[in-house]
Design a protein around this ligand. Structure first.
Ligand code: STX
Length: 319
């Protein structure tokens, strides 16, 4: 059983100016001459966390982590202007050039896997490999699963709490109903909607459920950026064409890839990973027996740490 690497501090951090009004928090840790790996956080709007550094051997990897537009320590917080998938892909390219990196490994879970796939399909020649967790294809069916009744079959009690802030007449379109409140003038209604939104996601994230997870998701800053940025992306179908990530999957055929997906993932059902694997048969799909969605699930940690170890060995051989 693999466990996380020790807690480390970044050797460099900065705020990078991208298209106004955005400035991105960007940090590097591990070894400057190691294999460059870019960590893409989830949500969108979830932000990065110091624990994310600990999935990589700091002696082998140059660990690059940033907060996407409006998320985490990026500024302005929870801002939706010029906040689109193609803007994030341009940010990734700007970061790569800014750090003088030719090619890098991309590591992303959930929305981070969505963004990783979109980036890799557009900039294939820049990608050494992909390690993806909890695949989120961002199709209509994936949004309906989360916000229009699917997961409600498994969690009817938590679903009741989730729909509670929305009057029955508006429940036919939960995403728009939440988006209106999250972008409205009533600050109390905004924060209350943000917390309900974020807690629903937090409750679905782990197999066991825990106080710590719920506390984390109800923290006002996280709740607000997660809820505002997610609803903004999701009412726009993540700014992707229908089935875009599957239609373009053949572009990945020469990129080494590992997918780690929990069988009991209630945020992104395993079907997402299965469908991706069918379209990208060269990828290695690991179905994790006793795990849900979160990056913090013990069996997911085990698989991801092993994946970064094996990918380093593979890439060192090729270099
Ligand atoms: N959102 C899936 C996702 O990317 C629908 C995600 N879920 N939870 C997270 O991200 C955080 C833990 C990063 C907030």
């Amino acid at each position: 059983m693999q466990i996380l690497y020790p807690d480390i501090k970044p050797f460099d951090h900065q705020w990078l100016d991208v298209t106004p009004p955005h400035q991105l928090y960007l940090e590097q840790s591990g070894s400057l001459d190691g294999i460059p790996v870019l960590f893409l956080h989830g949500g969108p709007g979830g932000g990065s966390d110091p624990v994310h550094r600990r999935y990589f051997d700091p002696e082998k990897y140059r660990i690059i982590i940033f907060d996407q537009r409006g998320a985490g320590r990026s500024r302005p917080h929870a801002n939706l202007d010029n906040n689109t998938t193609s803007a994030l892909i341009e940010d990734i390219e700007q970061i790569r050039q800014h750090l003088n990196i030719d090619k890098w490994l991309i590591f992303g879970g959930s929305w981070g896997s969505t963004l990783a796939l979109a980036y890799a399909q557009q900039h294939t020649e820049r990608v050494l490999g992909l390690i993806l967790r909890g695949i989120f294809l961002a199709r209509q069916r994936d949004l309906d699963w989360l916000y229009q009744g699917g997961a409600a079959n498994i969690y009817p009690d938590y679903w009741d709490d989730f729909i509670q802030p929305i009057p029955p007449a508006e429940r036919g379109d939960m995403l728009s109903a939440y988006y209106r409140r999250l972008t409205g003038d009533d600050e109390i209604a905004r924060m209350s909607a943000a917390k309900s939104w974020s807690i629903w996601e937090g409750r679905l994230a782990t197999l066991q459920g825990s106080h710590k997870t719920i506390e984390h998701f109800s923290e006002p800053r996280l709740a607000l950026s997660l809820a505002r940025i997610e609803t903004h992306y999701f009412i726009n179908h993540c700014f992707l064409e229908p089935d875009q990530l599957i239609k373009n999957a053949a572009k990945l055929k020469n990129i080494p890839g590992i997918i780690v997906h929990g069988r009991y993932d209630m945020i992104c059902p395993l079907e997402n990973a299965w469908t991706l694997m069918k379209a990208w048969p060269q990828v290695e799909l690991q179905i994790i027996r006793e795990a849900g969605h979160a990056i913090s699930e013990p069996a997911i940690i085990d698989a991801l740490v092993l994946a970064t170890k094996n990918m380093a060995l593979r890439l060192e051989q090729e270099l």
